[in-house]
Design a protein around this ligand. Structure first.
Ligand SMILES: NC(=O)C1=CN([C@@H]2O[C@H](COP(=O)(O)OP(=O)(O)OC[C@H]3O[C@@H](n4cnc5c(N)ncnc54)[C@H](OP(=O)(O)O)[C@@H]3O)[C@@H](O)[C@H]2O)C=CC1
Ligand SMILES: CC(C)(CO)C(=O)C(=O)O
Length: 308
């Protein structure tokens, strides 16, 4: 398949690298020092099973250099979504689909405003990866699973899921109920990311602490109540499911939000815990835990606060 990766960071760089390794025509869209390194030295992905190196990966800044593709795998941070989606036109052919597994509940609508809703397949990804140096992605190991909208058996999306599975690393499936999955992840991740980021601690140090553990459940309950108020009839089992998921992951696990804060980067808190707080206010659903943690995280949303 011909695949463009819009945003070749932790997620996009890893997924693009695996698909290129499997022989697909993958074009990474990047910028700045990362683009320069991709062009001069290629892509390097560090994994617990050893490094993956693709010296001749295609890397471009301008989508017009690439032309129409089968799949646009859309993986910029949420704050960059509108600007990046506005640049997709040269990549669109008659059957092109845009797969977004970005966190939060907003990316589908933002992208659709530029491409038309029929092209956008939204979903979720469970994996942890980040850029550790220009041209270098680090995958920490563990789960690497994505699920995205199959749009009633769309052939391009089905072929993309098959291509991912055939890498022997990525696990992909399509679903006909993507909103349910996106909201389930939103409930879990808005809570997990605020919990780990406000404490500046990985999950292991929090999940064994009784008060911190109780706060995680409270955050999940609040986000679940917001989802119900919006009209997403999520099973309350999502709360225990998320807790047991976190309990079975390595104790060193951090949210991508905490990784960004520690790296001094802008972060997605406004789209996660901040969004739970905002929806709670609008819908009259109490969210005291999220509101408190969002007030702690908000000054860091655009990067480290300046001097007082
Ligand atoms: N990382 C993770 O473990 C997980 C992330 N996610 C979600 O996946 C999405 C992507 O996250 P992640 O991979 O961490 O993000 P990264 O910040 O690692 O990568 C995004 C990349 O996109 C680049 N970019 C942004 N805008 C443009 C543009 N207009 N043109 C070219 N390049 C651009 C960024 O460049 P620059 O650095 O210059 O801004 C950066 O290199 C997010 O929504 C995140 O929540 C979901 C699950 C886990
Ligand atoms: C918790 C995790 C790593 C699960 O994929 C995630 O989605 C994130 O931190 O953004």
């Amino acid at each position: 398949m011909k695949i463009a990766i819009m945003g070749a960071g932790g997620i996009g760089g890893y997924v693009g690298g695996r698909l290129a390794e499997a022989g697909h025509e993958v074009h990474l869209i990047a910028r700045g020092a990362h683009l320069a390194a991709l062009r001069s030295d290629g892509l390097r992905v560090e994994t617990p099973d050893g490094p993956l190196s693709i010296p001749d990966i295609h890397a471009a800044e301008d989508p017009a250099e690439i032309g129409p593709v089968d799949i646009i795998y859309f993986a910029v941070k949420l704050a960059d979504t509108d600007a990046a989606a506005a640049r997709l036109a040269p990549l669109l052919g008659p059957n092109t689909r845009v797969v977004t597994v970005q966190n939060g509940i907003d990316s589908k609508n933002i992208i659709a405003a530029h491409t038309g809703a029929e092209r956008v397949s939204a979903g979720i990804i469970y994996m942890a990866a980040n850029i550790t140096a220009p041209g270098v992605i680090s995958f920490l190991g563990g789960v690497q699973r994505m699920v995205f909208d199959g749009q009633g058996g769309n052939a391009v999306l089905a072929a993309f899921a098959e291509a991912c599975n055939a890498t022997g690393h990525l696990q992909a499936e399509t679903t006909e109920t993507p909103d349910m999955l996106v909201w389930q992840k939103f409930v879990g991740l808005s809570s997990f990311s605020a919990w780990t980021s406000a404490a500046r601690l990985p999950s292991g140090a929090l999940r064994t602490h009784p008060e911190a553990r109780a706060m995680f459940r409270q955050l999940l309950e609040e986000a679940h109540a917001v989802a119900l108020a919006v009209g997403h009839d999520l099973n309350p089992g999502v709360i225990d499911h998320t807790i047991s998921l976190i309990d079975t992951q390595p104790p060193t696990m951090k949210s991508s939000l905490l990784v960004d804060i520690e790296a001094g980067k802008p972060n997605e808190a406004a789209w996660l815990s901040g969004r739970v707080h905002q929806l709670g206010q609008e819908l009259g659903v109490p969210t005291p835990g999220h509101s408190a943690l969002w007030s702690i995280l908000a000054p860091w949303a655009d990067g480290p606060p300046g001097p007082a």
